[in-house]
Ligand binder design. Structure first.
Ligand SMILES: [Zn+2]
Length: 303
């Protein structure tokens, strides 16, 4: 069923499931890169563990070009347009609820991986927390410096950090972008204190809004999202690395933003209104595990 579009960029085919190592997959559908290139990408499901991932996908060397868009940057920092206004409003609310969540665990050093332009790191700093941020994109690091006067570290600094350096590690909508998935999860285990906490937020393809929008669901965001997690697949992945799922929390507000973008991609008439009601439906009826994005809390197994 998958549509393959020929393109000059080099693509790599993943032949082993990153979660369970099984080697047979079923094509689910083709999703379109609406933000940058308009290219289509196949999403497959592992026949054994049902993990969904983008396959084939652009090779690491060319992935960067799929992030080159005014739209993608404005995602975080301009205030034009209703979608961006909504994004900023929701960001304020979510920053506060993230801070509250962090404070509910044992205090200590916090590491945020994939800090973008630094809004979350800044929020924790202002609240007096000891926090370090890592961001692979040099332009985003520069913005963080400019907007908040924060020094974020490049990604390779993770390798130099000593074992068990952090009480809390957070990745907010970042893990779905990381190409060496298993290496990164192993790194999370290494960097976390024995009684520490790892907090991972990712889109939830089993959410009500995902089921409603199907291939138009904005949070597939191919090919930038290499993986499309659900509770079962993320649990299995982390267990391989001795990290155990202790809690799943909803991120209700994402439904509005994701629905707005999805309506835009579908080209619907009265898209904003429809998005509002779809977002509201997920918000009200999404329950704890059917919300648009989920927060997974992991702890180390140390014996
Ligand atoms: Zn699998």
């Amino acid at each position: 069923m998958g549509v393959n579009v020929s393109r000059e960029t080099s693509m790599i085919y993943i032949n082993t499931c990153p979660v369970c190592n099984n080697q047979s997959f079923t094509s689910k559908f083709a999703a379109v890169d609406y933000t940058v290139t308009g290219e289509s990408f196949n999403i497959v499901s592992c026949d054994s563990c049902k993990f969904l991932f983008t396959n084939p996908r652009p090779a690491d060397e060319v992935l960067g070009r799929y992030y080159k868009s005014e739209d993608y940057i404005s995602h975080t920092d301009t205030s034009e347009g209703l979608i961006n206004k909504l994004y900023k409003f929701v960001r304020k609310i979510t920053l506060n609820s993230k801070l509250k969540l962090i404070k509910s665990f044992n205090g200590g050093k916090v590491l945020d991986i994939g800090s973008g332009t630094g809004a979350f790191v800044n929020h924790l700093k202002l609240a007096g927390l000891n926090v370090m941020g890592v961001e692979p994109d040099p332009d985003a690091r520069e913005q963080a410096k400019k907007i908040y006067n924060i020094e974020l570290s490049p990604e390779q600094h993770l390798l130099d950090m000593p074992d068990k350096s952090y009480s809390i590690i957070t990745m907010w909508h970042v893990l779905e972008h990381v190409s060496h998935l298993n290496d990164r999860v192993a790194e999370l285990f290494r960097l976390t204190k024995d009684d520490g906490t790892i907090i991972i937020a990712v889109p939830n393809h089993q959410s009500l809004d995902a089921q409603f929008y199907k291939q138009f669901w904005a949070a597939y965001d191919v090919p930038r999202h290499l993986y499309h997690f659900d509770k079962q697949s993320i649990k299995l992945l982390f267990e391989k690395h001795n990290l155990y799922l202790t809690q799943v929390l909803p991120m209700h507000f994402d439904a509005f933003y994701v629905s707005m973008l999805s309506e835009k991609y579908k080209g619907s008439a009265f898209g904003t209104l429809r998005a509002f009601f779809t977002g509201l439906k997920t918000f009200l009826f999404g329950g704890n595990e059917n919300s648009s994005s989920l927060i997974y809390i992991f702890k180390k197994k140390t014996h």
